[in-house]
Design a protein around this ligand. Structure first.
Ligand code: SF4
Ligand code: SF4
Length: 196
């Protein structure tokens, strides 16, 4: 575990925001998730009973997909089944692909427990869910999150292509990246994703 900490700071407008001041060289994505969990426990109100942000787009990375597979019956743990049951995939004319958690007709995340207004699969939630709280973020923190989500989703696109699920994409647009061959967020160092 690294000494990475998320702190409450003021942005250039004088508003409170979440920021990360020091990023030790050995910090992994797991370290930033752990720091975020500590930050929420110490500085923010509990989300319980609020699902305000569970009605927004939730991007999915290759490692999120691996975790979400555990929600399917053993015999259905394939990317094809995951796409069918839990993911929405959108392709764009310029070759871009967006992969996100499915939402129900009211726009709520498919994993939301609507009766109790909470996440029904908290420990399986995505990186985007686990690293979000409804407070502004500094530009640096936003850049880190975006780099993780974008590269993680690109790797998932590569995997879906390999399974024949996205035959229309140009695979040269999705070369192997830092997520390729990785099985946990602990294996991905922030210094390999962005300049820190
Ligand atoms: S982070 Fe989302 S669920 Fe939590 S309090 Fe804010 S809006 Fe509600
Ligand atoms: S996975 Fe859970 S925390 Fe994330 S949007 Fe869905 S219900 Fe909310």
């Amino acid at each position: 575990m690294s000494d990475l900490e998320i702190q409450l700071c003021e942005n250039e407008n004088g508003d409170l925001c979440q920021d990360v001041l020091i990023i030790p060289q050995e910090s992994s994505v797991n370290d930033i998730l752990a720091a975020f969990e500590r930050f929420c426990a110490e500085k923010t109100a509990s989300c319980y009973g609020c699902v305000g942000c569970c009605q927004e787009r939730v991007p999915v990375t290759s490692l999120d997909a691996e975790r979400l597979l555990q929600l399917l019956p053993t015999e259905e743990r394939t990317l094809a089944k995951l796409c069918e049951k839990l993911l929405d995939i959108e392709t764009f004319p310029d070759g871009a692909v967006d992969i996100r958690l499915k939402r129900d007709p009211e726009g709520c995340c498919i994993l939301m427990d609507k009766e109790n207004s909470c996440c029904s699969k908290h420990i399986y939630r995505t990186f985007a869910c686990a690293s979000h709280y409804c407070l502004p973020r500094s530009e640096k923190l936003d850049d880190i999150r975006s780099a993780i989500v974008n590269q993680g989703m690109d790797e998932l696109v590569r995997q879906l292509y390999a399974e024949g699920i996205l035959p229309q994409i140009n695979i040269e647009d999705y070369p192997p990246n830092i997520f390729t061959g990785k099985s946990t967020y602990n294996d991905i160092l922030l210094c390999e994703l962005i300049d820190i």
